[in-house]
Design a protein around this ligand. Structure first.
Ligand SMILES: [Zn+2]
Length: 98
């Protein structure tokens, strides 16, 4: 999985199942695994900060490569990262009562 982040503010945009090597020029909607934060207006998709990261082409987004960064694994062999789990911890702070 690749995690896409805004190049301007580094906010996570979405997680994408990239197959094969090469630059990420398109994001097929069917392979977007999880959306963290983005704004969609008409046929453009942008970060919450306003930076446009892609253009909606129907079944995929045409990506504006200079406006995002991607990190993580591209899929080459299946079932590679079993141990990578999505852990979420809510840490309560300042809510203790007697
Ligand atoms: Zn941003």
């Amino acid at each position: 999985m690749l995690v896409l982040k805004c190049a301007a503010c580094k906010k996570k945009l979405w997680r994408y199942d990239k197959i094969g090597p090469g630059e990420l020029l398109r994001c097929h909607k069917a392979r977007i695994d999880k959306i963290y934060a983005c704004n969609k207006e008409a046929d453009t998709i942008s970060c919450r900060c306003g930076r446009q990261v892609g253009i909606d082409k129907g079944s995929y987004y045409k990506m504006i490569t200079k406006n995002f960064t991607a990190s993580g694994d591209k899929r080459r062999s299946p079932e590679k990262n079993k141990r990578q789990r999505h852990l979420q911890q809510h840490i309560k702070k300042g809510t203790e009562r007697n």
